[in-house]
Design a protein around this ligand. Sequence first.
Ligand SMILES: Cc1cc2nc3c(=O)[nH]c(=O)nc-3n(C[C@H](O)[C@H](O)[C@H](O)COP(=O)(O)O)c2cc1C
Length: 306
Amino acid sequence: MDMRNSITEVLGIKYPIIQGGMAWVADGKLAASVSEAGGLGIISGAAPVDVVKGEIEILRSITDKNFGVNIMLLAENVEEIVDLCCEQKVPVVTTGAGNPAKYMDKLKKAGVKVIPVAPSCAFAKRFEAMGADAIIAEGMEAGGHIGQLTTMTLVPQICDVVSIPVIAAGGIADGRGMRACEALGASGFQLGTIFLASDECRAHEDYKKAVVKAKDIDTVVTGRPTGHPVRGLKNKFARKMLDFEKTHPTIEEIEKFASGSLRIAVLEGDERRGSYMAGQSAGMVKEIKPVAKIIEGLMEDYNKRG
Ligand SMILES: Cc1cc2nc3c(=O)[nH]c(=O)nc-3n(C[C@H](O)[C@H](O)[C@H](O)COP(=O)(O)O)c2cc1C
């Protein structure tokens, strides 16, 4: 099989570009815009089931193209979200923060393609053995919750141990990144940060503007002591949180400090209380554009470098 085309065939999309699920950010409108433009839009499933259902309806009122829902396996309502995806015949589910084994059969029987995020080779092999349709290999350049390895090291190692398509994520924001990941063995590319800076993204203008303004070294990782590190822009909230972490608080105290901070960033933009989650590629994102222009630009650059 031509690896370059395999992911577009598996997902039924035109371009090998996937918009990563992003809690609070990835709604039906953003995902529909990505799918309409030829990529795979993904709605965040990290919300009450009625909200996710509503976002699926919004997406379907805008596009009849394929899309996905991202399921956070640590969420309390994961069972309900899985059932919703089966009922709604959601074409693709991506999973994060754990092992989707328990839900695999149900999703596959409902005809849903399942693509887990794998933080290591061992997990990637297990996910392939249990019937995953592809694997997302996400490096720690990415925005949001991160693993230990970089995209540069994780993608080739996962490609070496599985034979299903691998989607690279983390640090990709132009055709060079796509080509580089292709050379590492990936056949698809998942991007999050670049879509924060889109017209259709619901994030507060101040959050979007901060992404555009960010330079190469402007992201920072918080939450390391909890074992669940998160990458975001070094704004007032992130600095306060890092200072707080230095006072040796308990895991519960750190989690309480961060709780609700992405919601505040997205809905209110307040940089003192809001976590502007974004990846290292923020330094490469120079303007806020319509999603269609972002995807057009990525594909133009990718084709130029072929
Ligand atoms: C604001 C934000 C929220 C995110 N939330 C999630 C999430 O809920 N689930 C998930 O699997 N990945 C999440 N991610 C990761 C993205 O899906 C994607 O893999 C990542 O952004 C790709 O790397 P990039 O940021 O370098 O483009 C999030 C990323 C960002 C920037």
